[in-house]
Design a protein around this ligand. Structure first.
Ligand code: EPS
Length: 377
């Protein structure tokens, strides 16, 4: 027991705590022959890291990846790939005052109830620090998907509190604009508004939720396994496993509640699908349309604003969390969500190859709509 592993043919295990000596992962099942060097992890790890803008936690980690196994002369060998990142900027004294208290809205209490013991330093295993290794593993999956299948997995921040991207944004992001600001926001013109909002929020001591959208372009039809290994089911589980995620939607998601069948169905022509309300998945299997998913991240629970709680003796206390915290974890969740989608897709690709590799291309093959979607709206 103790599920720190996910995936079937491609299996990823992460280990480590926020204030332990190191965090790491083992990636088992990666095909041999993929070229990979330690510096290739840098870009996505930087995108996820704290301390890179004033809008995230000030903890500053180098996040240098050491490849311990599974790579020889720069190429994967098919054996387990072990990656290690040493923690270098822990400040455990920040947690001394709350080591015996449960932060309301945090996993402190549920970990305590499950194990009867916890490492309170930086949240221990429940810390968002763990997501570093998901992103590192995701670098391998993204590279394999791009090289082998031409699949790209990209995301953006789709909502910050009450702020949503404004027109002319139509759901089709300019990816260079997304990468050009610390929020992964798709509209460059709105970034000053986000900065002002976040500065005021940080000053107030409160936190806020967010939504991240991920789009995987180029996913071929056929990936995904009915009934219990549905592509959307596994994406939902993988995305829901990210710290602070409280909701996952595939395609139109919960908006389907008020849609009629004639609105929701994606009409098909020999030239292509006319819309993508389904998010590229029907019956748990990819249709060849862009796969789209979005996640909702709750507001961070480590607040300097006092709140009622109890301590480990069950006594009522007022908790105040000091230290270095994110006022909005959603701001740096985009690369984490991309990584989880990429890992699920790579696992499903390998599973599809294992069972259906001899099926070949089935006709007719209908081109997907543009990744933004819905031509009939
Ligand atoms: C986190 C609290 C902070 C963040 C951390 C996540 O940790 P600390 O108090 O040790 O500075 O900095 O995020 C990271 C270190 C990271 O790499 O993502 C938490 O409570 O989840």
């Amino acid at each position: 027991m103790g599920l720190n592993t996910f995936g079937h043919i491609l299996r990823v295990t992460t280990f480590g705590e926020s204030h332990g000596p190191a965090i790491g992962c083992v990636i088992d099942g990666c095909p041999p022959g993929l070229q990979i060097a330690p510096e290739e992890f840098r870009h996505d790890l930087e995108r996820r890291a704290t301390g890179r803008s004033r809008h995230t936690s000030a903890r500053r980690e180098a996040d240098e990846v050491e490849i311990l196994s599974g790579v020889y002369e720069g190429k994967t060998t098919g054996t387990p790939i072990a990656l290690l990142i040493r923690n270098t900027d822990q400040r455990s004294k920040d947690y001394a005052n709350i080591a015996q208290q449960f932060r309301p809205g945090h996993a402190d209490y549920s970990y305590w109830q499950k194990y009867g013991i916890r490492d309170p330093r930086g949240g221990g295993r429940s810390s968002a620090r763990e997501t570093t290794m998901r992103v590192a593993a995701g670098v391998i999956a993204k590279k394999w998907l791009a090289q082998r299948h031409g699949v790209t997995v990209r995301g953006y921040l789709a909502q910050l509190g009450g702020i949503t991207p404004r027109p002319p944004f139509d759901g089709a992001p300019d990816w260079s604009a997304v990468e050009d600001n610390p929020f992964f926001w798709p509209c460059a013109g709105q970034v000053p508004e986000l900065e002002t909002y976040m500065d005021a929020l940080r000053k107030s001591g409160d936190s806020i939720g967010a939504r991240v959208q991920v789009i995987a372009d180029g996913v071929p039809p056929g990936w995904g396994e009915p009934i219990y290994g549905k592509l959307d089911g596994e994406l939902a589980a993988a995305l829901m496993s990210i710290n602070a995620v409280k909701g996952v939607e595939i395609g139109d998601g919960f908006a389907a509640v008020t849609q009629k069948g004639t609105e929701h169905r994606d009409l098909m022509t020999p030239q292509g699908f006319l819309s993508n309300h389904a998010g590229g998945i029907l019956g748990g299997i990819a249709t060849g349309q862009p796969v789209t998913a979005s996640i909702v991240l709750k507001p961070t629970s480590s607040l300097r604003l006092p709140g009622q709680t109890v301590d480990v003796a069950g006594e009522p206390v007022e908790v105040v969390t000091t230290g270095r915290h994110d006022p909005c974890v959603g701001i740096r969740a985009t690369p984490i969500a991309e990584a989880m989608v990429a890992l699920v897709l790579m696992d499903q690709a390998l599973r599809h190859r294992a069972q259906c590799g001899d099926v070949g291309e089935v006709l007719p093959r209908i081109p997907g709509a543009a990744s933004s979607g819905n031509a009939d709206d």
